[in-house]
Design a protein around this ligand. Structure first.
Ligand code: HPA
Length: 262
C-alpha cells in the first residue's frame, strides 16, 4: 500500500471519509511541525494528513515551521505530498472557486528557513526548474477528468511572505512577471520536499481576486467561504488521485540529490 501525504491549507483541516487510525506527534531536528500527523486509510491508500496552520488555524504563514513539517513526512515514510492551499487569482479569467494545478513558481519569500543543507552535509544545489512533480501533476489532471472536477492545467504561483495581503501594485507587477495566482505558503514547502526527494504537487484553490484585480476590498471571510464551498470537490479530486498514482515513482524527484552535491 502506498502512503501519500496531504498538507491542508486554510479551510481544509480534515479529510472527510478518512478513517484516522493513528495520530503521530513527531519531533524533528528542526523543531516542531504544525501539529500531529493524522494517519488513516482512504480506499487502498494510506493517507498522512497535516493541517499546515495547525488544527485550530493558529499558525500564520510566516511562522509555519516548513522544515519540520516536511521532515515529519519523510520520517513517516511518505514519498509523495499533495499540498492544498487557498490562493488569490491574478490572471485574467481566473475566478473564485477555480482550481489550478500549479506548474511554475515565482518565489518572493526571503526571510524563511528554506533549506535542510547548511553545509554540514556538503553543499547541495537541487534542480528546481520544474518545481512540482510531473507525474503527480499528470495524475491530478487525469483524476479531475474522472471525478468531473474542472481544473486549470497549469499556473504560475507567486509565493509571498504575508501575513499582510498585497498592494495592487505588487499584484500588477507579479502579473507582468508571469504569475497567475498568489499565496503565502507554497515556498519553501515545495523546495524542501525536493531537497529530501519527496514528490510534491499543488492544488491551488482560487479563493478571491488578488488585490486590485477588482474594486472590492479583500476579506478573510471571503477566502474561508470559498474554501468551504470547494472542499467537497477537492476531496473527490484527492480520492481519485490516490487511486491513480502508481505505487512506484517514475519521476526524477526521487533522485533529486543524485547530481546535486558538490
Ligand atoms: N494573497 C495572498 N495569499 C492568499 C490570497 C491573496 O490574495 N488569497 C488566499 N491566499
Amino acid at each position: 500500500m502506498s502512503r501519500i501525504g496531504v498538507i491542508g491549507g486554510s479551510g481544509l483541516y480534515e479529510i472527510q471519509g478518512l478513517v484516522i487510525k493513528e495520530k503521530k506527534k513527531i519531533t524533528t531536528p528542526y523543531g516542531k511541525p504544525s501539529g500531529e500527523y493524522m494517519i488513516g486509510e482512504l480506499g487502498n491508500t494510506e493517507v498522512v494528513f497535516l493541517p499546515r496552520h495547525g488544527a485550530h488555524h493558529n499558525i500564520p504563514p510566516h511562522m509555519i515551521n516548513y522544515r519540520a513539517n516536511i521532515w515529519g513526512f519523510k520520517k513517516l515514510n511518505v514519498e509523495r505530498v499533495i499540498s492544498v492551499s487557498a490562493v488569490g487569482g491574478i490572471k485574467k479569467g481566473l475566478k473564485p472557486g477555480d482550481i489550478v494545478i500549479g506548474d511554475r513558481i515565482l518565489d518572493m519569500t526571503r526571510t524563511r528557513k528554506s533549506t535542510f543543507y547548511d553545509g554540514k552535509e556538503g553543499v547541495i544545489h537541487i534542480d528546481f526548474a520544474e518545481p512540482y512533480c510531473p507525474e503527480m501533476r499528470k495524475m491530478l489532471l487525469k483524476a479531475g477528468k474522472h471525478a468531473k472536477v474542472s481544473l486549470k492545467n497549469r499556473g504560475t504561483y507567486v509565493a509571498v511572505e504575508g501575513p499582510r495581503l498585497e498592494t495592487a501594485s505588487e499584484i500588477k507587477a507579479f502579473g507582468i512577471l508571469g504569475a497567475d495566482v498568489v499565496g503565502m505558503t507554497g515556498m519553501p514547502e515545495a523546495s524542501l520536499a525536493r531537497e529530501i526527494e519527496i514528490c510534491y504537487s499543488a492544488v491551488l484553490l482560487v479563493a478571491n481576486y488578488a488585490a486590485g484585480i477588482t474594486k472590492n476590498k479583500l476579506t478573510v471571510a471571503e477566502v474561508m467561504e470559498a474554501m468551504k464551498a470547494s472542499t467537497e470537490k477537492i476531496k473527490h479530486l484527492l480520492k481519485e488521485t490516490f487511486k491513480l498514482l502508481p505505487v512506484e515513482r517514475n519521476c526524477d524527484c526521487k533522485d533529486a540529490l543524485k547530481e546535486a552535491k558538490i
